[in-house]
Design a protein around this ligand. Structure first.
Ligand code: ADP
Ligand code: MG
Length: 205
């Protein structure tokens, strides 16, 4: 058994490692040109549209991309046209669990607390157990489904509440898939990571 001091020390080390990796990954992402991004986003969307779990999904949680995140606008529009029930997350400081609100188009959005777009809160809230598919943003991913987020832990807490059958998919540019990353006990593992050139089935949930 590890002493609690030792446990606490490990937690501090892991948080420092995660923070350093976030800085590195943000810098890498900012070097990505806008032409490369448009092409890569289209390739990722094309992969997603061919996946059986996407074709079968009726209710989908999709993040509203900001800055250099893998873009989701075109993908959301196409999913809406395909008749899927789409929701996007709302995260608030001081509220540990993010909420999901239904989106009928991309116009019904407002600026959230962190400068990300979010759906306008309506009575059309969707609960975590209703999703068949969740598209997850992140700064870095591994082939075994580990993910580094922005440090809020919002997806870790949310994904802990979904059904075991819900497919959780990270969307990433190829340079965001790295050999390994620091994880803690609460970090949620993804089922798939889609990049412009690969479909990674993580299979270790
Ligand atoms: N399932 C959970 N239950 C409670 N707290 C959690 C959970 N998941 C994450 N957290 C909290 O969120 C914080 C940030 O998580 P972290 O994994 O570092 O961020 P991110 O996943 O955004 O990169 C953690 O320090 C932890 O305290
Ligand atoms: Mg995490």
């Amino acid at each position: 058994m590890m002493g609690s001091d030792e446990n606490a020390q490990q937690g501090v080390t892991k948080r420092t490692e995660k923070a350093m990796l976030r800085t590195q990954m943000r810098a890498l992402r900012d070097q990505f040109s806008s032409q490369e991004k448009v092409l890569a986003d289209a390739m990722i969307a094309k992969r997603l549209f061919a996946m059986p779990f996407y074709l079968e999904a009726q209710t989908v949680l999709a993040y509203l991309s900001f800055l250099n995140e893998v873009g989701t606008d075109t993908l959301i529009q196409k999913a809406l046209r395909a008749g899927k029930r789409i929701a996007a997350p709302v995260t608030k400081r001081g509220e540990p669990l993010m909420k999901a609100y239904r989106m009928f188009d991309l116009d019904n959005v407002q600026m959230g607390e962190w400068g990300m777009r979010e759906p306008v809160a309506t009575d059309q809230g969707i609960t975590p157990d209703e999703f068949d598919l969740i598209l997850v943003p992140g700064l870095a991913f591994t082939r075994t489904g580990d993910r580094l987020g922005y440090g809020g832990g919002y997806y870790d807490r949310y994904l802990a509440k979904v059904r075991p059958s819900t497919i959780c998919v990270g969307l990433a540019y190829d340079f965001q898939v790295i050999p390994s990353l620091t994880v803690e006990s609460f970090d949620f593992r993804l089922d798939y990571v889609l990049t412009p050139t690969s479909i990674i089935h993580c299979m270790v949930k």
